[in-house]
Design a protein around this ligand. Structure first.
Ligand code: PMV
Length: 333
């Protein structure tokens, strides 16, 4: 029996991935850029079982619902297809991210699964190849392979050429020490999945093509700001890029709206903080929760203010840059 465990963390995009140009290969329309978090680790253990006639997927030890188990099993098929090893596996995932709340639980989950499964089935992958594999589970997982800031290239061309050229890489930003204050406005499962919301936006929103064009400019400007250690510019671009993404969704027919009343309270607060001279910028994903980017030195001040409007200290999480996916010694080989 070959048992391997891996740990990965969610990432929050500062330049968003929104829209696929290939739904099977998970090739994105745009290049995105993210920060991997220190909080909310996912640990995934893959045990290859010569005696099993099917994959068995558990969630913190209990049988996982089909909506969780089926994509995991499809992912293992992909790995098995590359090795020729037909043995099935037991996969156990322990997730500390509130699932389905726009906090990228799938990113941490598939980054950990990619590393654990590749290792358990004996695939020897470099980090770029691991990122490409994680991408096949969930697009944003390509970025959680790396710690700190990472850029996930949209890639060029279709099919195999697109697959080969679409992976994430780390970005050095030695002058920055960022923090994110996550406001947990609502952690219930979202009504519209990001997959469906992306599809509908691309198919029906007149605001989608201009956002895609602007995103390429956002990327160039943000990479320069990261190099220069200019957090204010990074934050301004991140906020504009995220609100622009939500604008594309509001323009879809029917509209996809993830804003909740609590979302607007946090967005208002961010404007007030900036007016008062505190560097704080908001970003949001496919859910109502707001992540507020600031310098680590300001995180206590920002966290106290966000907690007040979000309904108390238990509704916020303060996090900083975290590590990439790593093997954990809780597996036995
Ligand atoms: O990887 P998915 O399908 O969960 O897509 C997530 C997309 C956003 O979180 C909204 C943006 C991003 O770049 O992470």
């Amino acid at each position: 029996m070959n048992s391997v465990a891996a740990i990965a963390h969610p990432n929050i995009a500062l330049i968003k991935y929104w829209g696929k140009r290939d739904e099977v290969l998970h090739l994105p329309m745009t290049t995105s850029l993210s920060l991997t978090l220190r909080e909310f680790p996912t640990t995934t253990k893959v045990t290859v079982r010569p005696d099993s006639t099917t994959d068995r997927v558990t969630f913190a030890g209990a049988p996982a619902p089909a909506a969780f188990a089926a994509p995991v099993s499809r992912f293992l098929e992909l790995v098995r297809g590359r090795t020729g090893d037909r043995r099935y596996a037991v996969v156990d995932t322990v997730n500390t991210v509130p699932t389905g709340a726009g906090l990228a639980s799938s990113a941490a989950g598939f980054a950990a699964l990619a590393l654990a499964a590749a290792t358990a089935y004996g695939l020897d992958l470099d980090r770029a190849a691991l990122s490409r594999l994680a991408r096949r589970g969930s697009g944003s997982a390509a970025r959680s392979v790396f710690g700190g800031f990472a850029v996930w290239w949209r890639g060029v061309g279709a099919g195999a050429a697109g697959d080969l050229s679409s992976f994430a890489e780390p970005i050095d930003a030695p002058l920055l020490d960022p923090a994110l204050v996550v406001a947990l406005v609502d952690t219930r499962e979202k009504a519209v999945s990001s997959r469906e919301a992306m599809r509908r936006t691309m198919a029906t929103s007149p605001f989608y093509p201009p956002w895609v064009a602007e995103s390429a400019r956002d990327l160039d400007r943000m990479r320069a700001a990261l190099r220069e250690g200019d957090l204010a510019t990074v934050g301004e671009i991140a906020e504009a890029n995220a609100l622009g993404m939500h604008a594309t969704m509001l323009g879809a027919r029917p509209a996809v709206r993830y804003f909740a009343p609590g979302t607007l309270r946090v967005l208002d607060l961010v404007l007030e903080l900036r007016a008062a001279g505190v560097g704080a910028w908001a970003t949001m994903d496919a859910g109502p929760n707001v992540k507020v980017l600031c310098d680590s030195r300001d995180s206590a001040v920002v966290a106290a203010a966000v907690a007040e409007v979000a309904g108390g200290a238990e509704r916020i999480v303060v996090t900083t840059a975290g590590p990439g996916a790593v093997l954990s010694d809780s597996g036995e080989r």
